[in-house]
Ligand binder design. Sequence first.
Ligand code: NOJ
Length: 495
Amino acid sequence: MSLMSEKDLYKFPDDFKFACATAAYQVEGAFNEDGRAASIWDTFTHEGGSANHDTGDIACNSYHLWKRDIEMIKSLGVQQYRFSISWPRILPDGTTKNVNQKGVDYYKNLVKALINEGIEPMITLFHWDLPQSLQDRGGFINPEIIQNFADFARFCFKTFGDSVKFWITFNEPIIFTEMGHCGHPWEHAPGAFGKHNQWIHYWVAHNIMLAHAHAVKVYREEFKEKQGGQIGIVQVLSDYYPMTHKKEDEEAAESMRYFFQERFLQPIYGDGNYPEHVKNRIWENCKKQGRITSRLPEITEEEKKLIKGSADFIGVNYYLSHRVRALEDGEANIASGNVLDIDIGGKFSDWLNDHPDGFRASLNLFKKRYGDIPIYITENGVRDSPGEGLHDPSRIKYLRGHLVAVAQAIQDGVNVKGYTVWSLMDNFEWGFGYDRKYGIFQVDFNDPNRKRTPKESAEFFKNVVKTRSVQAKSVSKEDVLRGPPFLVPDEVEEP
Ligand code: NOJ
């Protein structure tokens, strides 16, 4: 018996924008061509930091194959393409003292060709590939980076802003700070600090926040009126579920939400400051450890004014929700280096790949906390399931469920304006190298021409874009047995 009906067909509003995304280091390659200098990811991968010693030296070779990329984007019928600018490709030493014209031309050509095809460019200024020369000066630990980033941003607004109307300052600050600066088991560049350095990531996050706010100020004061674009930041949203109804697990889940999410949202979309919970918890822990200052930097009154309201929209990357439990006695301690866990007060017990309800819930919660700020889903997607390639029913199931969640959030009254699939094509997946593939187009990394072929999910997405609607599907018993840990058999409709 089919369980589908009209009520399962979800329509997206007429002005809703569909998009697909990539990021410079993950697709461009040409790592040492035409004057591009090294980024921290070149250093990290050349030192064997990623799985199988994989690097982004060639990646999808989009630096040379961008015309093919545009054909693919066009075939999907999307309204926007999200990509990032490689900072060391256009400003090799990270500063505006030296401009690499060939790098600038690459992005100018890309932007022009997209616009000619009626596709709106959505540019991320920082998708993790910091110029190595700036890392050598301390990277995001050195507050000088705030000026460097604002200068880089100004250069981009000036150079591309007549054509580009959609700017993102930073991609996922939480991931860049935690994985790049904490000795996280899945380490990211710059990755030089190890477990015992549990101060740095708070400072990195702090300087990112200030760099973001200064870049927005530059845009608003010097360009916005003339160019008429909008500017925002991309954050990770998830839902955080306690493993049990025990009070300590509930508190741990809530604490995680504050540390991983609200710490980044509240300063920008709320009152300009870090949440009280985060400030208090870190300071209490620091005192217990006999420290005389808090690991968490303070946001000054002047900075609050700058940070508060420093975004025209929020870009949301949603992949999964988390189940959280409290730390058990002695499980984490300072000696083991897990200060981060102690500050947060809990541990993720597992990773979930397919939980659309958490998507809907987190969008609703954002609205409840911060109001009607326009929300663009700037990433959502899933890696290939084992054994799947061009035929990728698991991805279609995932995308369908999450698109339905977005449509439901809109029905709930949440101001979601667009949806971007991650990713246009298989690419270099950071610490996992080429082991994990997120594309709706397959890329043959053994082929020197990096042949791209649409997967079935590309056809699925194309159809969603064309009909501006998505058909929900009931969950089968097989899905339950295979899958998402949050679905219990009772909740499943019998076929
Ligand atoms: C988020 C990151 O922005 C993107 O670069 C990455 O490939 C995806 N997550 C998948 O892990």
